[in-house]
Design a protein around this ligand. Sequence first.
Ligand code: SF4
Length: 201
Amino acid sequence: MKESCEKQKILDNFENTIASCTRCKLSSTRTKLVFGEGTACAKIMFIGEGPGKMEDLSGRPFVGRAGELLTRIIENGMKLKREEVYIANIVKCRPTVDMLMQKDRPPDKEEVERCNPYLKEQIKIIQPKIIITLGNPSTKFLLKTDTGITKLRGNWGNFQNIPVMPTYHPSFILRNGGEKSPLKRLVWEDIKKVLEKLNKP
Ligand code: SF4
């Protein structure tokens, strides 16, 4: 159940206002717009790149295999409930190669351009204490950089005075060895830095 706070109503209202968005071409192929999920009172916000197949069908972020891995990181690693954080993407509709809804791709420049005001508004409403960017597109966008995630991960950045910790996207871990991948250990190192900062008096 969602924790209740004033911000939740504002966020819910905002979700309703963009429910029929047609600001970019991804609206023509989506099944469901994936706004984001979690509590508006969250101290931690995860930001990925865009919905995949399962997310497009369900309307929920990070529910496929990558989502299961993210959930394990949150629940087993961080000892938080998934509903205690907020999870969103930089674009809200599924980007696919040639718009065929078969193979996922990162959002293109125009799609990010059109959709990013929604993410900015979510951040403005939620005001998380820490943002964790998952993978290149959200990291590059929030930190305004062309440097890749391999160099940036584990190093604090900043978005509108909110500390940002970039780390690998769970899909990237799954494509590179999965649960036993050394990349997972690196993600855990990044997450530990987040927990230390969050728990600092
Ligand atoms: S990706 Fe964003 S801008 Fe494009 S249609 Fe979906 S909600 Fe609108």
